[in-house]
Design a binder for this molecule. Structure first.
Ligand code: DC
Length: 219
């Protein structure tokens, strides 16, 4: 049986770090689904297009090549904003759904070539829409200012120019759009474990998630 773990939450809540650590601990393949939307949004704006134009965004999503997910430019705030815009378009979400579900059902082998025991996917709607049957669902959150500070530090660390006030403003705009859209909005599944990381570091958040995982008797 392939174990599926769904991690959802707003930007910079700690989804990526937690997903990586759970993947390492339980031998799971990992998919950062935000990268799919970033790749679509970034491609549209790179061609001078409008990320809110459904026709162009959907065509870009349908033609997406998973090899395009490693571009460092996808980490920028411009890519994040474009991702948030294209992700509100139902046709874009539909175009990316099969890829995500297929990854969960047939996870690729681990980097060392051994078979994965399952998959961990992080995003906004994994527990609610992409994998509603996931064995474990975690909704990770933190106060907006805490998340903006984390994102600001991350951007600086990666060598991108950043102004804190702008990062905070962008994050609030993105949160509102991701939660307010009608197509698969950011939301916690009813059966998700809610993890607030405002006062937790990455080790503490990981420990809480492992504790929750152990209640499920999956491994
Ligand atoms: O997780 P992230 O910051 O890389 O995501 C970028 C944007 O992509 C986010 O603002 C909303 C969208 N997204 C989504 O709508 N559904 C997902 N499963 C993942 C991301």
């Amino acid at each position: 049986m392939s174990i599926v773990i769904a991690i959802d939450g707003p930007a910079a809540a700690g989804k990526g770090t937690l997903a990586k650590r759970l993947a390492e601990k339980y031998d799971l393949a990992k998919l950062d689904t935000g990268l799919l939307y970033r790749a679509v949004g970034f491609k549209v704006i790179s061609h001078g297009g409008d990320p809110e134009d459904p026709k162009e965004a959907e065509a870009t999503a349908r033609a997406l090549d998973p090899d395009e997910l490693t571009n460092e430019a996808l980490r920028t705030d411009a890519a994040a904003q474009a991702a948030s815009k294209v992700s509100a378009i139902p046709g874009v979400r539909a175009a990316l759904l099969d890829f995500q579900r297929n990854f969960a059902a047939h996870p690729p082998p681990l980097d060392d070539g051994t078979p994965a025991q399952g998959a961990v996917l992080d995003g906004r709607d994994i527990g609610t829409t992409v994998c509603p049957q996931a064995h474990v669902k975690i909704f990770i959150n933190a106060r907006t200012e805490v998340r903006a500070k984390r994102r600001f530090k991350e951007l600086q660390y990666r060598g991108h120019k950043a102004i804190y006030a702008r990062v905070l403003e962008d994050m609030m705009e993105r949160d509102a759009r991701d939660s307010g859209r009608s197509a698969s909005p950011l939301a916690a599944a009813d059966d998700a474990c809610i993890l607030d990381t405002s006062a937790l570091d990455a080790d503490q958040a990981f420990a809480k998630a492992v504790e929750f995982m152990s209640t499920k008797n999956l491994f």
